[in-house]
Each structure stands twice: as structure tokens, then as C-alpha cells.
Design a protein around this ligand. Structure first.
Ligand code: FAD
Ligand code: NAG
Ligand code: NAG
Ligand code: NAG
Ligand code: NAG
Ligand code: NAG
Ligand code: NAG
Ligand code: NAG
Ligand code: NAG
Ligand code: NAG
Length: 662
């Protein structure tokens, strides 16, 4: 088999012989070779599984690394393009002035020529994917029109997130992408499909060397770099026009340690690749007879943006945030190096990664999390609604009685996920689903809620509660959280972490409840959680929003509009959400915060709202670990130093525009 040297030489001398892309082969000396991670990626150096500060061995994908000696061998070839993959070597400061304007875009001098993309793909082992938008089979633009495929995409677009998380570039927050390629039956009136705010290229990552090559290329050419795991992010943080995307979805390793020791921790733990999704880790934990802290959504990437942004869970009232469970993380930093971070290895970076947000300090490749013993769970569901025998006043009185118990319920380790909506015509609806009581029997939960149901009866409302007992978290989670909608072009969301103090003072409680009621009366759709993240067992110091430690309610408010309606109506709904409805909630909770990962795309004073007193340190660490701004995402730490060049609806930064320094 040809050496890397001759492959590269052939690539540069015979660019027409390169046939990367769909075929994933390389023609060298008239021989067709597969361009996969067996032929080319071994240019990366195998690193011993325990050659770091990690107390768990590296995952297989992490033992394939780009190192100085690999690069030295490539540099020996005296090919100018190889320097594009160099680690940061201090020439950075000089470059900062060169890059003082915008990121590099197609048409710019520094934008890689096709040959550079081909060499990159060769070094990646054929893992480079040129973006073909997910909904393109509905159009002619990419010469892949396929009516049957389009019908499938259209029918499953909103209700089958598995389909989107398996695509290299499809994302949930399509509105901020710029709506440049959706099925026309959903984005009514759309007549063409463009790459728009999606990245130009994605790398289907299967090893660390590929991440290092991508980070180095992006840094050295000032390319916009994004990281996509599942694409769930509310704020379109896993997309960007003209970007190179690191797609971590295939990093699926799950390693279980029954007796893990690290620092003062003794107990079960998992080492997880950063592509692991909620349904996968819950299934594995169940098999090993343990429980892990993760979110409710089935397809959310638990070890990506979820945990980096804090991560709330049906178990948070009991155990805290997901980021509180992390014992160490492996990460590729902006200089291209691979590091183990933990409370004893680069502790400042570890602090920032635990709650500081995705796409900010580096690309995480795996993390080690604590696991807990198996737990029984009891769930409860019921519906409150107006009707022939229930007036709106009775409805609100019952809801108010429920709210009054928020401190008590979270102190008992419970989590309640419920929605409140205005059906129009003075009719209201609120479904409790589920009331999640970990470590409680049915009898214990019934005792906890008996006073509430007695109040409902006094108010004159008769609800039909359904209790279900489960012997473990997995069965309870699986039965309680259906797959959630995805990819709407006619919704905006925002949220507030309402503090416990608002429950402890009767006047504040009234003001809080009345503000929320007024928002629903005016058309806001509330998706809320009675949840606390201040567990009895304590929590580590990390970059998690301190507002999480004070809250008993994470309250998401959505504004929806008719997708076939006028642009003015959409803009009015969007602005009402941020500047009217959410202002009412901010007014009753001055100094509190909001959860970045489920937040307003244009949250006012986002630094304070998402990180509070932790922001100054988080920002200082951003300067230390990413001085060139290799990583960027909307509302991420340090993002105030950048701006998108165009707006949607006049005030929503469009990911389908250029990213420039302010
Ligand atoms: C249906 C649904 C249910 C949800 N349920 C919950 C819940 O129960 N609890 C909760 O706390 N949140 C929940 N969320 C919010 C969720 O935490 C965020 O959407 C989160 O950003 C998802 O992370 P991801 O990696 O899956 O998504 P992505 O959109 O792929 O990534 C999100 C962000 O993290 C970055 N990122 C991803 N992987 C890495 C990595 N390896 N290294 C560095 N940066 C990375 C991305 O660049 C992006 O900025 C839910 C969201 C949805 C849409
Ligand atoms: C570098 O090249 C030398 C000589 O061909 C080879 O022995 C060595 O294994 C290479 N090192 C790496 C890290 O590829
Ligand atoms: C890549 O190499 C080619 C061929 O040597 C050269 O023409 C081109 O300028 C190089 N590109 C960059 C960005 O260095
Ligand atoms: C330093 O990195 C730059 C790319 O940023 C590269 O062009 C240069 O060759 C490198 N210098 C050394 C000595 O490795
Ligand atoms: C996708 O849509 C098709 C109709 O085109 C439907 O038959 C199928 O059940 C859907 N698949 C999923 C997984 O929802
Ligand atoms: C999604 O909706 C389609 C119809 O539009 C249906 O055929 C399909 O089964 C649904 N899929 C899921 C997962 O609910
Ligand atoms: C190589 O790719 C295969 C299939 O994509 C994957 O299963 C394997 O883990 C990869 N190996 C490495 C070392 O990246
Ligand atoms: C281990 O941690 C120490 C202290 O933070 C650090 O100096 C060292 O570089 C780390 N080593 C590795 C291989 O990460
Ligand atoms: C669960 O309940 C048992 C007994 O009621 C108690 O001993 C244990 O500490 C509880 N676990 C947690 C995590 O609260
Ligand atoms: C709060 O509202 C309730 C019900 O409307 C009322 O009875 C109570 O007096 C109010 N308390 C305060 C302190 O305003």
C-alpha cells in the first residue's frame, strides 16, 4: 500500500485523480484506494490509552491523535498546504491583526482552494462532507430531486427528531438559520433550496486527529468553525454560514466502571463519547443497574451541548445539574492540542467547561460522569382545564394552589413538567405530564400531593390522577417523555429561572403568579418545570448559572404564529415575546437569570442572565483558552465581541450572514 507521502504527493500533483466525496476513493498511480480511516488516518499517531492525566483510559477514538511528530513527517514533504494544519505556535498574535475583520468566506483570498479541501479530506481519511441541505430532495437546486424522499421528509420533519440528528447539518432552530431549505409544504411559499446558514463542509468525526486537523485548519485560515452534535440547540449554535463543522454524532463509546476512583470519588461511573444521546445512556445505565443524570428529551446529546450548558434533569432536584456529575473531560482546545481536564488537570478549563456552554472553550471528545444506584420512581399525570363546570377563575385558583407547593415538592426531590395554554374564548388547559417523583413509592407521592388535591376539591375542581410506579429510572423516563417536536419556522422561545425567594414572600409570589397568568392570558404558551438544582448533598463550584441554585421554576414561554401569515404578524409575535411577556417575568425577578440552553435568542444582557456572578471568570478564561476566537456561538461566552452582518425580522442575528468582529 502506498505511503501517506505518495498519497499526498499524488494529491497535489494530480488533483484530477482525486475522487473524494461520495465515492470516498483516491486514485494514486492508477490504483483506486479507499479513502477511509484505515488507509489515511493512521498518519495520525496511536497514543497509549493511558498516556494522559485521565483516570479512565482514552476511548479508542481518542488514541488516534495528531502530534508534532506526525506533522513533522508531513512537513518534511515541503508542501505549503501542510502548514495549514500546524498547531498554534505563537504566530497567533501577529495574525490577530490580519484577521481583525470578518471570518473567511468563499470568495475571500484565504478561502481554501479545492486542492486544499482535497488534501484536508485525504488527511481526514475521507471524512469530509460537502453540505447538501437535508430538505434538498424537495427541490431541483442540488440535482437530487426525489418526490418520495421529499414526502418522507415532509411527513416526519416535525415529529421525528432521530431523522435530523443523523444528518450532518440539519438543525432544530431553522428560523435563525435563515429558512433557506425546508420542505415547501411546511415553509409555505419556499421555492428554492440553498446552503444558506448551514456550514459549507462538515467532518464526520471518528477520531481525535480529525478534530485537531479541523481546528487547526479553521484557526490558521480564520474560517468560521461550528460544532454540531445533535443540532437540538434552541439558539442555532450548531450552524453557521460558510463554516467548517465538526460533527461529533458518531462518538458513541460507552464505558462503564463499577468501581471508579478519582479524587475523593469512589463509585460507579461512565466514560462517554461526546456523541452519546439520552436514550443511549439511559439504556446502558439500566443494563448496568445504575442511574445517570440526563435530560428528558430522547434525542438530546447528553454529553455535548446539554452537559456543557449545565443540563437539567428529572433527577436535578435530587442530584443537581448534569454538569455537577462530571469528573473529567477530554477536549481539543483552540490551539489544536488534546487535553484531559479535571479538578486537578487544567482545573480552570474544567471549571469553564462545566456550565460555560458549548462551542466556547474547545471540542469535548468524552467525559466521565458519576453514576448512582438504581432508583424506584413514581409518576403522576392529570389535566386541569376549564369547561362547563370549571371557570377560568377556578382554573387559575387550582394552578395557583399547585404553584404554592413548589418549594415543598422540590425539597422532596420531585420534578414536575407541565404546560399551560390559552385555548381562546376564555378556555385554558394545563396538563401535568409527568410529575416525576424519584425514590418515592406511590403511597409516598400520594401523601405529598394529598393537600393539593384537597385544595382542588375545595376550589370545585375534580381531577383524575394517574399514578404509575416503576422499579427504575429508565422505565419511568421511557414511559413519561414522548418524542418532542422539531424544526418549526413559526415559533420563538424564551425562559426565566424564577427564584425560590419569590415563593417565600407572599407579595412577590402574587406578583410572580399574576405576571405568568397575564402572559398566558395574552397568548403565551408556557412549558415549565418545578425543579431545583440545589441538592442536599451539595454541588461543585463550576460555571453553571448560579440562578439554577436559587430557582424552583424553569419557565419556558413560547410565542407561536401562523406560518402562512404575514411577516408583520410574525415580527409582532417575536418582539412581544422578548420585550413584553418576558419583561413581565424579568420585572418580578430582578437579578435572577435564564437557562442558556433553552433561552431567548436575543436575551437582553445575556451575560448576566446566563452566568450571573460567574461571567467575569468565564470571560477571562475564554480569552485565555481561545484568544483568537476560533470558537463562537450565538450568546456564548465572549460572543459580545462579534456580530452577524444581517438580521432576520430586524433584530434576530441571521446565521445566514457573515460573522465579524465588532
Ligand atoms: C426537544 C428538546 C428537549 C430538551 N430537553 C432538555 C432537558 O431535559 N434538559 C436540558 O437541560 N436541556 C434540554 N434541552 C436543551 C438542550 O440541552 C440543548 O438544546 C443543548 O444545546 C443540546 O445539545 P446537543 O449537543 O444535543 O445539541 P447541538 O445543537 O448539536 O449542540 C449545542 C451546542 O453545544 C455545542 N457542542 C455540541 N457538542 C459539543 C462538543 N462535543 N464540544 C463542544 N461543543 C459542543 C454546539 O456547538 C452548540 O453550540 C432540550 C432541547 C430540545 C430541543
Ligand atoms: C515519521 O516518518 C518516519 C520515517 O518514515 C517513520 O519511521 C515514523 O513512524 C513516522 N512517524 C509518524 C508519527 O508517523
Ligand atoms: C496549497 O498548495 C498549492 C499547491 O502547492 C498552492 O498553490 C496553494 O497556494 C496552497 N494553498 C494555501 C492556502 O497555502
Ligand atoms: C506556525 O504556524 C503557522 C500557521 O499558523 C505555519 O504557517 C508555520 O509554518 C508554523 N511555524 C512553525 C515553525 O511550525
Ligand atoms: C415518515 O413518514 C411516512 C409517510 O411518508 C410514514 O409512513 C412514516 O411512518 C414516517 N416515519 C416515521 C419514523 O415517523
Ligand atoms: C409523524 O407524522 C406522520 C404523519 O404526518 C406519521 O406518519 C408518523 O408516524 C409520525 N411519526 C412519529 C414518530 O410520530
Ligand atoms: C473507522 O471507521 C469505522 C466506520 O466508520 C468506525 O467504526 C471505526 O471506529 C473507525 N476507527 C477509528 C480508529 O477511527
Ligand atoms: C496533567 O495536568 C497537569 C496539571 O494541570 C498539566 O500541567 C499537564 O500538562 C497535564 N498532562 C496532560 C498529559 O494532560
Ligand atoms: C432514597 O430513599 C431511601 C429510603 O427511603 C434513602 O435511604 C435514600 O437516601 C434515598 N436516596 C436518595 C438519593 O435520596
Ligand atoms: C395575594 O393574592 C391572594 C389571592 O388573590 C390574596 O388573597 C392575598 O391577600 C395576596 N397577598 C398579598 C400579600 O398581596
Amino acid at each position: 500500500m502506498s505511503s501517506v507521502r505518495s498519497l499526498l504527493a499524488a494529491a497535489l500533483l494530480l488533483p484530477l485523480g482525486l475522487q473524494l466525496g461520495s465515492a470516498q476513493t483516491i486514485v494514486v498511480d492508477d490504483k483506486t484506494l479507499p479513502a477511509d480511516n484505515k488507509t489515511v488516518a493512521p498518519a495520525a499517531e496511536p497514543v497509549s490509552p493511558d498516556a494522559t492525566n485521565a483516570s479512565a483510559p482514552l476511548l479508542p477514538a481518542e488514541t488516534v491523535q495528531l502530534t508534532d511528530s506526525v506533522l513533522a513527517n508531513l512537513t518534511d514533504l515541503q508542501l505549503s498546504n501542510i502548514s495549514l494544519f500546524s498547531f498554534d505556535n505563537g504566530s497567533a498574535v501577529a495574525k490577530r491583526s490580519l484577521f481583525s475583520g470578518c471570518k473567511t468566506y468563499p470568495g475571500d483570498l484565504l478561502w481554501p482552494s479545492q486542492i486544499v479541501w482535497d488534501v484536508f479530506n485525504l488527511l481526514l481519511g475521507g471524512a469530509l462532507i460537502k453540505t447538501v441541505p437535508f430538505a434538498s430532495p424537495c427541490y431541483q437546486d442540488f440535482h437530487n430531486y426525489d418526490a418520495a424522499k421529499c414526502a418522507y421528509l415532509t411527513n416526519n420533519w416535525s415529529n421525528y427528531s432521530y431523522m435530523h440528528t443523523d444528518d450532518p447539518t440539519s438543525i432544530n432552530a431553522v428560523l435563525f438559520e435563515g429558512l433557506t431549505c425546508m420542505p415547501p409544504a411546511i415553509n409555505v411559499g419556499e421555492t428554492s433550496c440553498t446552503v444558506g446558514g448551514y456550514p459549507e463542509y462538515a467532518v464526520a468525526i471518528s477520531n481525535v486527529a480529525q478534530i485537531q486537523l479541523a481546528v487547526n485548519l479553521a484557526r490558521n485560515l480564520n474560517l468560521r468553525l461550528v460544532v454540531k452534535n445533535t443540532g437540538h440547540d434552541f439558539g442555532a449554535k450548531s450552524t453557521g454560514k460558510g463554516a467548517l463543522s465538526i460533527w461529533t454524532h458518531h462518538l458513541k463509546s460507552i464505558q462503564f466502571y463499577q468501581n471508579y476512583r478519582d479524587g475523593s470519588y469512589r463509585g460507579p461511573a461512565f466514560k462517554l463519547g461526546s456523541g452519546v444521546q439520552a436514550y443511549e445512556i439511559y439504556e446502558a445505565a439500566n443494563q448496568y443497574g445504575v442511574t445517570v443524570v440526563g435530560g428528558e428529551g430522547q434525542t438530546v446529546g447528553v454529553t455535548g451541548g446539554y452537559v456543557l450548558g449545565g443540563g437539567h434533569s428529572p433527577l436535578s432536584s435530587l442530584y443537581g445539574m448534569a454538569a455537577d456529575q462530571v469528573l473529567s473531560m477530554e477536549v481539543v482546545t483552540a490551539d489544536g492540542r488534546f487535553l484531559t481536564t479535571s479538578p486537578t488537570s487544567y482545573p480552570d478549563l474544567f471549571w469553564a467547561l462545566c456550565g460555560g456552554g458549548g462551542s466556547t472553550y474547545g471540542v469535548v471528545t468524552s467525559l466521565v460522569v458519576k453514576a448512582y444506584p438504581k432508583l424506584p420512581v413514581t409518576t403522576l399525570t392529570y389535566v386541569l382545564q376549564t369547561g362547563p363546570s370549571v371557570t377560568a377563575d377556578q382554573f387559575w385558583a387550582a394552578l395557583r394552589a399547585f404553584f404554592e407547593g413548589f418549594i415543598e415538592y422540590t425539597d422532596a426531590g420531585n420534578y414536575e413538567y407541565f404546560r399551560i395554554q390559552n385555548l381562546g374564548g376564555g378556555q385554558y388547559y394545563s396538563d401535568m405530564g409527568p410529575w416525576f417523583a424519584p425514590n418515592m413509592t406511590k403511597a409516598q407521592l400520594q401523601a405529598l400531593v394529598a393537600p393539593l388535591f384537597a385544595r382542588f376539591a375545595e376550589i370545585g375542581i375534580d381531577v383524575t390522577p394517574t399514578y404509575t410506579e416503576y422499579s427504575n429510572f429508565y422505565d419511568a423516563w421511557k414511559a413519561s417523555f414522548p418524542l418532542e417536536p422539531w424544526g418549526s419556522n413559526a415559533i420563538r422561545q424564551a425562559s426565566r429561572l424564577l427564584p425560590r425567594a419569590n415563593w417565600q414572600d407572599p407579595a412577590k409570589f402574587n406578583a410572580t403568579f399574576d405576571a405568568l397568568r397575564s402572559v398566558v392570558e395574552d397568548g403565551g404558551y408556557v412549558i415549565a418545570f418545578n425543579i431545583a438544582a440545589n441538592p442536599k448533598g451539595g454541588y461543585p463550584d463550576n460555571a453553571v448559572n448560579p440562578a439554577w441554585r436559587e430557582t424552583v421554576m424553569h419557565c419556558i414561554v413560547a410565542a407561536l404564529w401562523n406560518p402562512a401569515g404575514s411577516a408583520a404578524d410574525a415580527k409582532a409575535a417575536s418582539d412581544t415575546l422578548t420585550f413584553d411577556w418576558m419583561q413581565r417575568l424579568r420585572d418580578v425577578s430582578p437579578g435572577a437569570g435564564a437557562y442558556m440552553s433553552e433561552s431567548d435568542y436575543i436575551e437582553p444582557n445575556f451575560q448576566q442572565a446566563f452566568w450571573g456572578s460567574k461571567y467575569a471568570k468565564a470571560y477571562q478564561l475564554k480569552q485565555k483558552w481561545d484568544p483568537l476566537g476560533v470558537f463562537y456561538a450565538q450568546n456564548a461566552v465572549g460572543s459580545e465581541d462579534w456580530k452577524m452582518s444581517e438580521m432576520i425580522m430586524g433584530n434576530l442575528p441571521s446565521q445566514n450572514s457573515k460573522l465579524c468582529r465588532k
